[in-house]
Design a protein around this ligand. Structure first.
Ligand code: GDP
Ligand code: GDP
Length: 437
């Protein structure tokens, strides 16, 4: 099930992103090597005392061409819409400002739990100044120094107290999938077109604390799915809805909550930078992925060749997604939309596939016999044994004499042989090399 969401709000320069990075800690660097994933993150995981959560730095959601007050207000709205708990950050050096009061007023009206962090309390003398912040009406102010990592524990103790109880009712066996992608690629149009089909039977489960709705549907052949996060996709008209950073954050959330993600591209506009960020995150998260090229109806004279050209472009731009199947659809004409549920089902089956060790080892040994690992500095890689240790995504441990002797290209070769032997279309697979003791 989805993790609780903590959103960080406050006017500029109070230290929101410093606090965010401090709480995310080392976890933040995990995705940095993936192509297309930016360093400056607005969405990350955290945990405190074994409680996991996801975190949003609303300060990273910029609404350009808007006055500062509008930006701050919109960021507070994002927090209210997305979060289970809101951390409002203020700066002890400035005391209570007008902007602080404005933000507090918006949060107060939302009835969401708010924890007030008074930042830049770098020394004990400054502690005496935190009491002024009671006037914001948000309860007890928690002094922290994000730069020095002081007070963070007490703050998080308070934050996790407000997490919603986990309901087991929603922990069912349905396959969870979502549509991800930048604004205007047609995600909500596809959702609406699919839900409009009378061949799907729909039921909405209203989210309890959050503003999110999961939609359950069942195909005539009896497969049940849960479409994640459709409320967020449907809701329109707010300023921040069309910003790229919000779309990215939204996609990251949907990815976390899903087994399978359908990554939507816009055929009319081609591939943009933000597409790569979204895809990079999905890949890094190890989810099953399907690429849907939407608005295919807008391509003039489309035929097999235009499809091949677009496929080649995708393969070139998203080399790390070579396992993801591509489908060309149109929400407008509903072309091929009916195929999506079966593709989701198939990707899910591959994502959860277990292969027998004996069969796996036959494949690995055949691969080695056909193409032995080249020797490195006079030493040769020896592979002893392989076994699958996890699913979602399928993860294999290969025991070798020396992991350093396994070159990246040889790892690729083995992965390809595994893929040729077992159908893992739609899912990444992970190979872990381990020295045999
Ligand atoms: P944001 O705009 O709210 O995200 O603020 P930033 O995290 O970018 O921080 C603004 C400035 O305040 C930066 O120069 C930070 O180094 C500084 N800052 C953040 N936290 C602290 C703190 O705990 N103590 C001090 N002295 N400076 C801090
Ligand atoms: P989202 O932001 O990704 O949810 O995108 P929307 O579903 O709101 O679609 C953005 C715009 O693209 C709307 O004006 C849609 O009518 C249009 N659109 C969506 N899908 C298609 C399609 O398949 N063909 C065409 N021609 N237009 C589409």
């Amino acid at each position: 099930m989805a993790n609780p969401i903590v959103a960080i709000v406050g006017r500029p320069n109070v230290g929101k992103s410093t606090l965010f990075n401090r709480i995310a800690g080392e976890r933040i660097s995990i995705v940095e090597d993936t192509p297309g994933v930016t360093r400056d993150r607005i969405y990350a995981h955290g945990d405190w005392l074994g409680k996991e959560f996801s975190m949003i730095d609303t300060g990273g959601i910029e609404i350009s061409d808007q006055p500062l007050t509008t930006q701050i207000r919109e960021q507070a709205e994002v927090a209210i819409d997305e979060a289970d708990v809101i951390v409002m950050v203020v700066n002890v050096e400035n005391g209570v400002t007008d902007a602080d009061e404005q933000v507090a007023k918006i949060l107060y009206r939302s009835h969401k739990p708010v924890v007030l962090a008074v930042n830049k309390v770098d020394n004990p003398e400054r502690r005496t100044q935190i009491f002024d912040f009671y006037s914001l009406g948000l309860g007890e102010p928690y002094p922290v120094s994000s730069v020095h990592g002081v007070g963070i524990g007490d703050l998080l103790d308070e934050v996790i107290k407000h997490f919603p109880e986990r309901s087991n009712a929603q922990d069912d066996q349905r396959i969870r999938f979502s549509f991800i992608g930048r604004p205007n690629v047609g995600k909500s149009s596809i959702v609406n077109a699919m839900l409009g089909e009378d061949r799907v039977i729909v039921s909405d489960i209203a989210g309890t604390t959050r503003d999110s709705i999961d939609t359950n549907f069942k195909t005539p052949d009896g497969h049940e799915f849960t479409m994640v996060d459709t409320a967020g996709i449907k809701k329109k008209g707010k300023l921040y809805e069309n910003t790229e950073r919000y779309a990215l954050m939204r996609s990251m959330r949907a990815i976390d909550d899903s087994d399978v993600v359908i990554f939507v591209l816009n055929a009319e506009e081609g591939i943009r930078e933000l597409d790569k960020h979204v895809a990079g995150y999905a890949h890094e998260a190890g989810k099953a992925i399907i690429i849907a090229v939407n608005k295919w109806d807008t391509i003039p004279d489309r035929d097999q060749r235009t499809m091949t050209d677009f496929t080649n472009l995708i393969r070139q731009e998203f080399q790390y997604l070579s396992y993801a199947p591509i489908i060309f659809v149109s929400a407008k004409t509903k072309q091929r939309l009916f195929k999506l549920p079966e593709m989701v089902l198939e990707a899910y089956e591959h994502h959860t596939r277990r292969v027998q060790s004996s069969v796996l080892n036959d494949v690995i040994m055949d691969a080695v016999a056909a193409n032995p690992a080249p020797s490195l500095n006079g030493r040769r890689l020896r592979l002893y044994y392989a076994t699958q240790v996890a699913i979602q995504p399928p993860t294999f441990v290969v025991f070798v004499n020396d992991p350093d002797l396994m070159h990246f290209s040889y790892e690729r070769y083995l992965e390809n042989r595994i893929r040729a032997a077992f159908d893992f279309t739609g899912t990444p697979i992970h190979l872990i090399k381990r020295q045999r003791k």
